[in-house]
Design a protein around this ligand. Sequence first.
Ligand code: TRP
Ligand code: SF4
Length: 337
Amino acid sequence: MNLTKKRIVSGMRSTGKLHLGHYFGVLTNWVKLQKEYESFFFIADWHALTTKYNDTAGLKESVRDVALDWLACGIDPNKSTIYLQSLVPETAELHIYLSMLTPQNWVERDPTLKDMTKILRTQGDSDGSITYGLLGYPVLMTADIITFNVDYVPVGIDQVAHIEISRDIIRRFNNIYKTEYFKEPKPLLTEIPLLKGIDGNKMGKSFNNDIKISDDEETTQKKIMRCITDRNRMRRDDKGNPENCEVAYTYWKIFGTEDELKEIEEGCKAATLGCADCKRCLAKKINEHFAPIREKRIELAKNPETVRDILIEGSKKARAEARKILDGAKEAIGMYF
Ligand code: TRP
Ligand code: SF4
């Protein structure tokens, strides 16, 4: 046990191979945080089921893919506890206690519920009705959080509404059972440079506009060549402007050095640099950045047992801690045990 470090937990739904939005939005941040905090990172396969309960064929593979991406990007099992949500059943038990005391209208207020219902509808074989589990999404998140009684929850802005509900539920638990057992964790907001997809919309797997961490060089190059530039620059000798370059230049800002950015700007404005060449260079930069990560991922993928062991071991470690917290919660509630 570590008495000085503050504790964090965060999770990601198992939706398959991760893209650069995940990389810059979440993973690079976790890699930093794991040095400073006692960290629990989990793959939220129960949360994946809330919208995929009727489509589980790819579930195991998505878990493997997420784990591979995490490990390749530097989430380190020697620094963090990396686990699979469904292998820590203590969380489900805590979820039951929370479900008893969470008012119906609190979960109905969840602003993401509408979006998720839409996802359900587009999935064809579901009738699109809101299930009990989906409605309980923020309650399950609260259970994840209290499983380790953490101080902070590092999340992106899109999850803040959920964390607010979690704080309300935790406060209600403490009030009802006249205890201060659970901490009211604060979100640890990540400055996410909102990453656009190659078509200019928000990068997302379901929009078919993403670049995966695990894409190979050729695929990356092809995707970059397709990405949107300055729409006013129709021909090679039209002068362009990086400020109006919808996607390509926004990537350059992430991957390029100051000098490179200056060079691009000059070349673009003077039409001495064409978009195709500009994007070829960009693809090369991106490929260089991800080369070691992709190599590591390929190596790890050769040993599925190692990845499995990491998840199993991490989940055991998580369970040992979760058991203690759960017992304290049962005590606070007044359960017979
Ligand atoms: N809902 C989060 C997402 O979609 C994943 C998640 C589940 C989570 N449980 C959590 C994040 C608990 C932080 C804490 O990204
Ligand atoms: Fe964008 Fe580069 Fe084309 Fe300029 S030259 S519009 S920065 S892709």
